[in-house]
Design a protein around this ligand. Structure first.
Ligand SMILES: [Zn+2]
Length: 94
């Protein structure tokens, strides 16, 4: 097969944050979408990883307040991040 193929890959992560509002820990799920370029020439060095910072709003389930936190994610030229979405884990908060 020849040619590059671009696909979207969603990459769900579980994230624990120490909440600055109520000082508890909350769990969120973060969906990271990447555009994946296939068809790179075998034998070439893997492209270097770059760290990117994304600032997102998080909801404190205890107080209902929102706060901002920065996430650091790695990407390469072949695996760029196109979207970062935060979802409340919601249930079973203690
Ligand atoms: Zn909180």
């Amino acid at each position: 097969m020849r040619g590059d193929r671009v696909g979207l890959v969603a990459d769900p992560l579980e994230l624990k944050l120490a909440c600055p509002v109520c000082a508890e820990e909350h769990t969120y799920s973060v969906v990271v979408e990447r555009s994946e370029v296939r068809g790179l020439v075998p034998g070439r060095k893997a492209p270097p990883q770059v760290k990117r910072q994304f600032v997102r709003l998080f909801n404190c389930p205890t107080t209902g307040n929102r706060y901002q936190a920065a996430l650091q994610l790695s990407e390469t030229a072949a695996n760029r991040i196109t979207a970062v979405t935060v979802r409340d884990a919601g249930e079973d908060a203690e």
